[in-house]
Design a protein around this ligand. Structure first.
Ligand code: UDP
Ligand code: MG
Length: 320
């Protein structure tokens, strides 16, 4: 049975949000209903370990036009977003979080900019990071200033809370990489865009799934996906050390000639340690790029859907 193409698709990745998922969806739906009657929800359960999936199967019918996909395990938010975008067929697709940190009150302005001003991407930009912990704000600031310099795109304050016209989604689908970074990819796409500033609201319930290591992994993936400049740094380091080596070489030969060659032992030890660590870091940087190429050539699917439910059909199917 084929469904009519909705005006708006709302894509929401969900991981361990049992406490408030239905409540959040209901309040997003309430807002959405005041904007359009033609909408669908694409909820991607990113392998939750709590009862999030049961909540969706048991109470999903209270939300109209809801399709829920259950990924076979936790693939991470980036890939859960991919799954949602690949299943969203609305004329505009809105991506938002399930914890109401992306305020539904902004949906109206987002849709208006798309409908009336023909904007193809409407992105909500964080002016205030809400109740985020100080260390997360600190790491994010460092990460974005490095990424902005390396990638050439201004991603400061960027969030995943965006509206994309279906043609942008189609263009995004033409980017088949496995190492995805949604915020960066949409910046790369270009198109006619508008920005809406917003303050990140407090989480309605549960707690953020991010921790230092997952943020570090996201940061490394994003840099590798968006810039090859770190590889150039490696060559520049090499060049710098060559110049240093020539200077020290000339000095050593000179000392040998004047018979003063034994001093400088500390310098040798320090240089060995320093050069050793630079070589290791350089190998690590090259390794990250090789790992990324390895991931791409393996050509594995980005994610696997283990179950799918549709609130209209209320059919549950296993389609591994
Ligand atoms: N999320 C996900 N997979 C994950 C981690 C998070 O789908 O592995 C979802 C989560 O349920 C939420 C959104 O991504 O809807 C943002 O996550 P979170 O609130 O933990 O991040 P923060 O707001 O702290 O950046
Ligand atoms: Mg959140």
């Amino acid at each position: 049975m084929s469904r009519e193409i909705p005006e708006i698709s709302v894509v929401i990745p969900v991981y361990n949000e049992e406490v408030h998922i239905i409540q959040s969806l209901l309040s997003i739906e309430k807002k959405l209903k005041s904007i359009t009657s033609s909408y669908e929800f694409i909820i991607v359960d990113d392998g939750s370990r709590d009862t999030t999936w049961d909540q969706l199967t048991n109470h999903g019918t209270s939300i109209s036009h809801l399709t829920a996909l259950r990924l076979s395990r936790n693939f991470g938010k980036e890939l859960a977003l991919c799954a949602g975008l690949e299943h969203a067929c609305g004329r505009a697709v809105i991506i938002m979080d399930s914890d109401l940190q992306h305020p539904p009150s902004l949906l109206e302005s987002m849709v208006r900019l798309w409908r009336e001003e023909g904007k193809e991407i409407v992105e909500c930009v964080k002016t205030d990071r809400g109740n985020e912990s100080l260390d997360k704000t600190f790491y994010s600031t460092i990460f974005y200033s490095i990424l902005n310099h390396l990638s050439g795109f201004d991603l400061k304050g960027a969030s995943d809370f965006k509206l994309l016209d279906q043609k942008v989604v189609q263009a995004w689908r033409g980017m088949p990489e496995r190492n995805t970074f949604f915020r960066g990819m949409t910046a790369w796409l270009g198109y006619n865009r508008a920005q809406i500033p917003f303050e990140v609201a407090d989480r309605v319930g549960g707690k953020s799934q991010w921790h230092f290591l997952s943020l570090l992994k996201l940061a490394v993936n994003a840099v590798v996906a968006f810039s090859s400049i770190p590889l150039r740094f490696v060559s520049m380091f090499g060049l710098l050390f060559l110049i240093g080596a020539i200077v020290l070489g000339v000095q050593t030969i000179y000392q040998k000639f004047i018979g003063d060659a034994v001093t400088g032992f500390t310098t040798v030890i320090l240089l060995l340690l320093f050069i050793g660590s630079v070589i290791m870091i350089s190998l690590g940087i090259i390794g990250e790029y090789i790992a990324s190429i390895y991931k791409e050539v393996k050509g594995r699917p980005r994610y696997l859907v283990s179950q799918k439910i549709d609130s209209e059909l209320m059919e549950s199917s296993n389609n591994n």
